[in-house]
Design a protein around this ligand. Structure first.
Ligand code: KIV
Length: 287
């Protein structure tokens, strides 16, 4: 299937039907959204991992609607061909469906996103229905759902027992029936992810869920090695930008201290630009 046009939730469905994999990545600002789009990703998730990889929180729990909207707007300003999916932060949709609807609506109306993502299974089914009825495309998220980390105890594999696996499979079916256009499966055994993928009609997007999902999503900072203090097992480093960045900044610091920077080519002379207080006539006469 050709992938060069603007991606929509229809594209996601068509790619599953065609048996082609979807590649998604997170981005949280304008320049990285442009890089992701140039690389040809199908979807950009403005994930609430924002809290951990950009804002320095220990979990995603403190992230607010205002913080999410701020970053969603930056990403959508990049006018990407990729579908932009805005993550609903903790407590933006759990207190009531009414509040969930208003906050999800803000992601599209103010943020310019093409869809929202929210975590949970059966519990969020009524909300998913309401959002879809209101015209808001919804991506589901099952497995290791980071907003429940305090309940799980840590970021660990889910769906290990037969009962837990059966619940996840049923949750995925219910989310698809409720109208989710895709479902993220995070940190679950690959056999379970393969079964869910075979049994639900909408694309599954894995992260730590093996190679049989219909697509994959990864955190950009993990792929690019933008920090070097933690490498999750489910990711692969395609670059080591933290090291490259520190080395470049060290050279900058050394150049400034040694008076090698700024150099002549970085410098403006009064006679080129008309410096304040120097009249045009005096410049022209060289005075
Ligand atoms: O917030 C996020 O980036 C996510 C992905 C890891 C799926 O939910």
């Amino acid at each position: 299937m050709k992938r060069d046009g603007k991606k929509t939730i229809r594209t996601f469905a068509d790619l599953k039907t065609a048996g082609e994999r979807l590649a998604l990545v997170t981005a949280y600002d304008y320049p990285t959204a442009r890089l992701a789009d140039e690389a040809g990703v199908d979807g950009i998730l403005v994930g609430d991992t924002l809290g951990m990889v950009v804002l320095g929180y220990e979990t995603t729990l403190p992230v607010t609607m205002d913080e999410m909207l701020h970053h969603v707007k930056a990403v959508t300003r990049a006018q990407t061909r990729a579908l932009v999916i805005a993550d609903m932060p903790f407590l933006s949709y759990q207190a009531s469906d009414e509040e969930g609807l208003r906050n999800a609506g803000r992601m599209l109306k103010e943020g310019g996103a093409g869809a929202v993502k929210l975590e949970g299974g059966e519990r969020v089914v009524p909300l998913v229905r309401r959002l879809v009825e209101a015209g808001i495309p919804v991506m589901g998220h099952l497995g290791m759902t980071p907003q429940s980390v305090r309940q799980f105890g840590s970021f660990r594999l889910q769906g290990k027992s037969p009962e837990a696996a059966a619940t996840l499979l049923e949750d995925a079916r219910r989310l698809a029936e409720a109208g989710c256009f895709a479902i993220v499966l995070e940190l679950i055994p690959c056999e379970l992810a393969a079964r869910i993928t075979a049994e639900v009609s909408v694309p599954t997007i894995g992260i730590g869920a093996g190679a049989d999902c219909d697509g994959e999503v990864q955190v950009m900072h993990d792929l690019l090695g933008l920090f070097d203090w933690f490498v999750p097992r489910h990711t692969r480093r395609y670059a080591e930008l933290a090291g490259v960045g520190v080395e470049a900044l060290r050279r900058y610091v050394a150049d400034v201290r040694a008076r090698r920077f700024p150099a002549e080519e970085n410098t403006f002379h009064a006679k080129e630009v008309g410096a304040p207080g120097v009249s045009k006539r005096r410049q022209a006469s060289g005075g």
